[in-house]
Design a protein around this ligand. Structure first.
Ligand SMILES: NC(=O)c1ccc[n+]([C@@H]2O[C@H](COP(=O)([O-])OP(=O)(O)OC[C@H]3O[C@@H](n4cnc5c(N)ncnc54)[C@H](OP(=O)(O)O)[C@@H]3O)[C@@H](O)[C@H]2O)c1
Length: 322
């Protein structure tokens, strides 16, 4: 089978398409034929050596996808050959086949197609964590969502809206405004220098927002602080684009609450993974959550997908179709 491996840590030139023997359905694992694999910003971080360094190189990239079960290993009773499944946080997803522990799998209902499933496992579960667990958005709340036309951003905007919240989005270029508005953002600020706070304060009559969701790196951090209302909540979530550095707790303004939200705290056990995924599937079925696939690539073009994602030109979800 074909797989996209990283031969070392670095730029996209460490990525290579190789022929590998098919993996085996070992005990507790399921062998899956991959129909679609998700591309996530996290994959860029893995390639740059920020995560999963405990797995030796060369290793196959990718953590998310959907497909059909080919075989099950000893002890597997929940799945059988032919079942459609999706997964997240399973290393080795940029490939034609993968062997996955049962604990990382969810069964797919007929009304969710493979590409939709591969588009929402990481970014959808992340967005639902932010808006339902980390800061449960209340009707009337105003949220500031950074990278509002990106994978997490578009899903987060919709989930905030379906909980009755209102969204001010921030994007880096004019051509992303319409897509963020389509997802439900009421106002969209175009900025890539970190100068958005003044506009946020104008839009909120100098009150500030109830919650800011910021995974956009050091440039936005101070502006996000300045955009919050008294006792507002700062949901920080973007390790790959870099953090603010050390923070003196006494320098934090306006009695705000601040924390690092991590999706795996939302789906820390297999039953949580299934119930939270089912919630996303239900929202898709009733039309309240729409998936926006901004680009799909053959496996051979995985490096191009990384270049495109880092270029800030992409919107929505990027997929590899093996
Ligand atoms: N904590 C968690 O559990 C968790 C889980 C999933 C993802 N994440 C994080 O969420 C963020 C979004 O991930 P995603 O997979 O959905 O990607 P994405 O939003 O589809 O793409 C990244 C977006 O970030 C912005 N961006 C790209 N390069 C940038 C740069 N150099 N500086 C500033 N902004 C840049 C761009 O938006 P603009 O150009 O419009 O600003 C781009 O659309 C990433 O930081 C990722 O690490 C965290």
């Amino acid at each position: 089978m074909k797989a996209v491996v990283m031969n070392g840590i670095g730029d996209t030139d460490v990525m290579q398409v190789v022929e590998h023997p098919d993996p085996l359905a070992t005990p507790g694992h399921v062998l899956v034929e991959i129909a679609a694999a998700g591309v996530n910003f996290m994959d860029i971080g893995v390639r740059q050596g920020m995560a999963w360094t405990e797995i030796a190189n060369p290793k196959t990239l990718g953590v998310e996808g959907a497909g059909r079960v080919l075989a099950v290993g000893e002890g597997v009773t929940d799945f059988s050959a032919g079942d459609r499944v999706a997964w997240v946080y399973a290393p080795g997803s940029y490939a034609q086949r993968i062997s996955i522990p049962v604990s990382s799998l969810v069964p797919l209902p007929d009304f969710i197609d493979d590409q939709t499933a591969a588009s929402i496992m990481m970014q959808g579960l992340t967005a639902s964590h932010f808006a339902t667990d980390f800061y449960p958005v209340q009707p009337g709340d105003i949220a500031l969502v950074h990278a509002a036309a990106g994978g997490v951003g578009l899903l987060l905007t919709q989930i905030i809206r379906l909980r009755g919240g209102r969204v001010i989005g921030r994007v880096s270029s004019e051509d992303k405004v319409a897509i963020a508005k389509q997802a439900g953002a009421e106002h969209v600020i175009v900025d890539r220098q970190g100068d958005f706070a003044q506009q946020v304060m104008q839009l909120t009559n100098d009150r500030g927002v109830d919650v800011v969701y910021d995974g956009s790196g050091p440039t936005t951090f101070q502006g996000s602080l300045d955009s919050l209302r008294r006792s507002g909540t700062f949901c920080w979530y973007g390790p790959v684009l870099g953090g603010p550095g050390l923070i003196d707790i006494m320098s934090l303004p306006k009695s705000i609450k601040i924390g690092y939200a991590v999706f795996s705290d939302h789906v820390y056990a297999p039953e949580r993974l299934r119930t939270r995924s089912d919630q996303l599937f239900d929202w898709i079925r009733d039309g309240s959550l729409k998936v926006n696939i901004g680009g799909s690539y053959p496996l051979e073009d995985a490096a191009l997908a990384h270049v495109d994602m880092a270029s800030r030109r992409t919107t929505g979800k990027l997929l590899l179709l093996p």
